[in-house]
Design a protein around this ligand. Structure first.
Ligand code: MLT
Length: 325
């Protein structure tokens, strides 16, 4: 019987260290089999997941011994946090540990779009040398619109400043006096104003009821002609059919998506457009971020199992078996 079940691919020194203290069962494919997952979780005290395991109310009900779910990552759209709170299951996540990697990929995608790097690479490798096909744009003195100015939005904007970009931000949960906006020399504006004024839009939003479908036909239509669109946050934020239409009509100059409405996505028309860059949700996938994420989540899960509070809890649940009531 395992104390801790890991239902996705999470490995490394921190997992090995956890094995020295607990009985850990690593089943990297189990997220694909909800019934088998529920069965395996029956006697477990902890579950560690990435973003593919659906932690539903039903799953929590099937795990009466469960004290903590560790989310190795930041997005919580695969976890019913409210149901976990009701069940007294602590959710711990890693809110900071992969933020730099996501910001770095975002910057990479913006540069790749502005200079058409993937298309130039593809064409040059076929033996062509068509310089005239690849006249890009400079980012210097262009304006970046950060939609969702949390940690990742901030780190992305910070890096864009180094390229000489100007920053506008939209975030309904920030006050204009926020010190980080000041640090970015950023103006906090409404979403519609931002879309109409910036050259590059970069989304850094969680998937919530408020943000689902936020980037739709009307919003793409508000963007400056030829503007670039990047999403490294959650696929649900974008209505992909509307993005496709905006790209095909020439309203947008290009788009880069690391996240999709459905993952993995079915092959569609976006794949065929030369000014679209697609990556398979890898923004957080760097050696450094994964080491940090794994270390932090293993440590937090161990803490809860040892009766200590999690360092990065989500919500306010006390463990089911906590002595502190
Ligand atoms: C995150 O939410 O941390 C990243 O998108 C990576 C992941 O989902 O695991």
């Amino acid at each position: 019987m395992a104390d801790i079940l890991i239902s996705e691919s999470i490995r490394g020194a921190a997992v090995d260290a956890l094995r020295a203290r607990f009985h850990v069962s690593l089943e990297p494919e189990l997220w694909k089999l909800p019934a088998a997952l529920a069965h395996a979780l029956k006697d477990c005290r902890a579950l560690i997941v990435r973003n593919q395991t659906s932690v539903t109310e039903e799953l929590l009900a099937a795990a009466p011994e469960l004290e903590v779910v560790g989310r190795a990552g930041v997005g919580l759209d695969n976890i019913d946090v409210e149901a976990a709170e009701r069940a007294g299951v602590v959710i711990a996540s890693t809110p900071d540990q992969n933020a730099i990697s996501v910001a770095e990929l975002t910057l990479g995608l913006i540069l790749a779009l502005a200079r058409m790097i993937p298309a130039a690479d593809r064409e040059t490798k076929t033996g062509n040398w068509n310089r005239q096909n690849f006249e890009g744009i400079e980012l210097y003195d262009k304006t970046l619109g950060i939609v969702g100015a949390g940690k990742i939005g901030y780190l992305t904007a910070r890096r864009a400043l180094a390229l000489g970009m100007n920053i506008l931000a939209y975030d309904p949960y920030l006050s204009p006096d926020n010190i980080l906006l000041n640090d970015l020399r950023a103006e906090l504006v409404s979403l519609d104003e931002l879309l109409g004024r910036v050259d590059v839009v970069s989304c850094h939003l969680p998937a919530t009821r408020e943000t689902t479908g936020l980037m739709n036909r009307e919003r793409f239509a508000r963007m400056k002609p030829g503007a670039l669109f990047v999403n490294t946050s959650r696929g649900a934020v974008v209505l992909e059919a509307d993005l496709l239409a905006a790209l095909k009509s020439g309203t947008l100059g290009g788009a880069a998506l690391d996240v999709r409405a459905t993952e993995p996505p079915a092959k569609g028309e976006l794949e065929a457009l030369p000014n679209v860059i697609l990556t398979p949700h890898v923004a957080a996938f760097t050696r450094e971020a994964q080491e940090r994420v794994t270390r932090a989540i293993c440590e937090d899960v161990a803490r809860v199992l040892e009766g200590k509070p999690a360092i990065n809890p989500v919500g306010r649940a006390l463990p089911r078996n906590s002595a502190v009531k």
